[in-house]
Design a protein around this ligand. Sequence first.
Ligand code: CA
Ligand code: CA
Length: 229
Amino acid sequence: MDGPAVQYGRSAFDGVEVTIQVNVEQVLTSRNCGGGSSGGELGDVTGDGYVDIVAIERTGDMYVYPGNGYSFNARYWVRSGWTGLNTAVGDVTGDGIADIVAVEGNGNMYVYPGNGYSFNARYWVGNGWNGLSVNLGNVTGSAAADIVAVDGNGNMYVHPGNGYSFNARYWVGNGWNQQRVHLGNVTGAAWADIVAVEGNGNMYVHPGNGYSFNARYWVGNGWNGPVIA
Ligand SMILES: [Ca+2]
Ligand SMILES: [Ca+2]
C-alpha cells in the first residue's frame, strides 16, 4: 500500500479533540470518507466511561482499541466477516454500553447489542435504510441513541431511539449531502451536536438543541483527512 507508515486522525468527541495514530495497515478512517469496508468509530464498548475505537479492516475483521482516557490501548479482535455493511456505533439500548447498528445492502437494519467486551447476536429493526448515511448520537437528550440519517438529496432526518429500535422520523433540514457528518457532544450540553466537514476541509459545529441543530459556527480547516466519531 502506498502512503505513509502512519496516518493521523482527529476527532471532536465529548469536547475533547483526540489525535489518533494508527498503522496504515489498519486503514482507520471514517466510513463517510473511507472506501470499501474499512471504517472506524468511537463508542464506549467496554462500559468504563472512556471512549474506545471500533475499527473494521478491509478484510472484514473488527477490532476494539480500548480507550484509557488519554489514548488507546492495544486492540483486541471481536469478529470477522464484517463486510458490505454500513455501520454506526452508539448506545441504542441506553445501558451505557455502545452497540452497533448495521445496514445491509438490501436496506435491512440490525442492532448488535454491546455486552461490555464485544457484541451479542443481532436483532432486526427495520428495512428501507439503503441509500442513507446513518449516524448515531443522542440528539433528543434521552439515554437511548437516535439516528441522524441523510438521504441522497441531502435531506436530514432524526429517528428518535426508544431503547430498542427507532420511532418515526422527522425532517430537520436539507443541503447535507455536500459534507461529511459526524455526531458528538462538542458543547457539553445534554444532547449531541453535529461536526460537519466540507470537501474543502472546513469544519463546522452545528450545536444541537434537543430536537434539531442550530446555525453552525466555523471551527477550523485542514480536516480533509480521516475524522472518526
Ligand atoms: Ca471504554
Ligand atoms: Ca447499549
